[in-house]
Design a protein around this ligand. Sequence first.
Ligand code: HEC
Ligand code: HEC
Ligand code: HEC
Length: 403
Amino acid sequence: MRIILAIGGLSLFLAVQVSTRAVAQQDQAPPAADGLDYVMFRAEIQPVFAAKREGLVRCIQCHGRGSGAGGLAIQPPEEGTTSWTEEQSRKNFDAVRRFVTAGSPDTSRLLMHPLARAAGGDPFHGGGKHWSSKQDPEWQTLARWVRTGAPAPTTTATLDFEVYRSKIEPIFIRERQGPAGTVTCAGCHSGIATRLKLAAPPGAGGAWSEEQSRQNFAAVSSLIVGGKPTESRLLLHPLDPAAGGDPTHSGGKFWKSQDDPEWQALSAWVSAATPAAGGGSAARSLDFDYFKTKVQPLFLAKREGLVRCVQCHAGGTGSNLRLSPLTEGQTTWNDEQSRKNFDSASRLVVPGEPTASRLLMHPLARGAGGDPFHGGGKHWTSQSDAEWQTLAAWVQGATTSSR
Ligand code: HEC
Ligand code: HEC
Ligand code: HEC
């Protein structure tokens, strides 16, 4: 019981961090990559959060305060009014979207958390069960909205789904010892903003539905280079550096060697796929010239009271951002050094998603949605900061000719 509580507490803590990010999103955020319909959200979804249901408190009464219960923060309308301003609606849209899987109502926490367990909902919701069945008109409206979005396209045809389901997925819900106690991959990775976005772990003895497994499969596949286990982030991140793994994984190093049976299972699965499969390289949609001319100078810039990024990140911070040291007498990087910087920085962003990108969130003030702590201090106080915006544009695929 204590173990379960510990995991629950952790994912709650992580969920809170994730959503504070969503809250601080830009008002003029670009159209959602997931295609969810904003106009419908404003007209039909938002009112659900203010509606009164018998014997229950309105969603906004709990989710409208501070960072919001469970990390879901929905701003209530201004005192004395019953509708939301455009700005509030945009913020709510961004906050709520985080709890939705576009195209898939059944894997959307927003719909499943307050749904009665007997109707397929999550086991528990601190705010009670607001819908007793999926036939509830409100639930149906929410489902219709979720279906306005489309799941991210994937190019994973050659990774075997059946093998994934029987051999790989169980790895994510197996209990293991982490630096801070017993954990599961899914316990963390259902709550935090990384590319490995897993569905909430099924209850004890349960299993993920096929639909959830398909969603997990898509997320997992984006971290794999078909045919190449040792180039696949999924296999390198939790692997001990001494065994060829990445230098760090915040969750811990779970595989001491490539002989680990879990690692072997992953390796066999990845090897059977052709190199064309999987997203693999994040660099694909990120523009090198834009990086070189617009982003890279930010690593050299001096900010008041702070040390330049390059001063720490070209030495040993023990972190994954590794910049090339400047050649003596030079004030900027040459092409080869820039390429290395590009590779390192690219691994710390999720293309298309600035607020899921550590490069942007780590040095951003916590109050603006950033990570709780950065060893190098907080370099940007808001997401409106021009530098932060430049980084966001890069992550969203800007090229030197487009801007
Ligand atoms: C009485 C207070 C209360 C009310 C009312 C309430 N909630 Fe919650 N909600 C909570 C608490 C506390 C949590 C965190 C614990 C948990 O996960 O149940 C939570 C968690 C959630 C989560 C999960 C967030 C996560 O971390 O994944 C969702 C989604 C959610 N609520 C949606 C709603 C919706 C939609 C409504 C209205 C239909 C609503 N809640 C009404 C208190 C409330
Ligand atoms: C205690 C929480 C925790 C656990 C448990 C955990 N992770 Fe992580 N993981 C994180 C965090 C935080 C990050 C983001 C920072 C980083 O990259 O280290 C992350 C990042 C990753 C990434 C990189 C994702 C990306 O977007 O590039 C992979 C892959 C990964 N984890 C795999 C796993 C696997 C596989 C397991 C289980 C064997 C696991 N993790 C268990 C917290 C955890
Ligand atoms: C005073 C030294 C220092 C400076 C200056 C500094 N950092 Fe860091 N940075 C660190 C240390 C130490 C860590 C590892 C501990 C942590 O995660 O905070 C780190 C971690 C990071 C990470 C997380 C990488 C990972 O492994 O997940 C990112 C991203 C990052 N820094 C970006 C930046 C950027 C961008 C700048 C400039 C705007 C910057 N840092 C300036 C010391 C510094």
